[in-house]
Design a protein around this ligand. Sequence first.
Ligand SMILES: [Zn+2]
Length: 274
Amino acid sequence: MPFVPAVVQPPVLSDRPLWFVVQASGIVVRSDESGVTLPGAAELTQWGLDPHQAHYLGRIDERDCFAIDSSDVQPPAPWTVEGLRTLHERLDEQVFTVAGRALQIVYFASVHRFCGRCGTATLMDEKERAVRCPNCGLTAYPRISPAIIVLIRRGDEALLAHSARIPAAFYSTLAGFSEVGESLEETLRREVKEEVGVDVTNIRYFGSQPWPFPHSLMVGFVADHAGGEIVVDGEEITDARWFRADALPLVPPRLSIARKLIDAWVREITKGTT
Ligand SMILES: [Zn+2]
């Protein structure tokens, strides 16, 4: 069953709700050989968290999902706060996506406690995902920052780059945030030119993925090399090269759209040669 999002909590809850207890960019879990477990209502009470302060998220497989801010509590062992990035490999894809949603909603609530216009304490809207100012009426919605991510092709090669922002040694597709007033295609051409100095053409949409660090929406594309030699900017990108599908470097972990772009390209290239 797919995740069904909702803002308003149903009058009757499912038996075993899923609690996404959020702290900074991670969630509270118990992790062992059998997998990753989320806390239950009993743990929440023990830790002094008030379930009434939770944000309703919707349902997965008939189980209600909640997000709650736990920035003031230190969960006792064996419970730990694990970053969503490190949980990436061990969570079911659907649960990972809902965990990302939980992180973004808790983050949104934490940075919108006061009205940006008049400074009055805001109230959570009961019907939609928004906060309202009871004084001046300003409504604020969770921020979503669109970013492009692109696999650039040249013949049977693809351009992958090593980013200074990522400590791991892997090479990935290029990515960058949209600026005010730009179309995604303009963002793509600008980012590619800035980061690796090449021009691209034939931009086609691949797919998208919410990326809750803290509130990106990655919009994936494939594009063809139109000209220019690689010249890395040396700041965001420290190395970039053309790679063949049969000689790939270390690539990003599964579930990321970067990896999906790379895997789809490898599948296509491999199919063409066998
Ligand atoms: Zn206001």
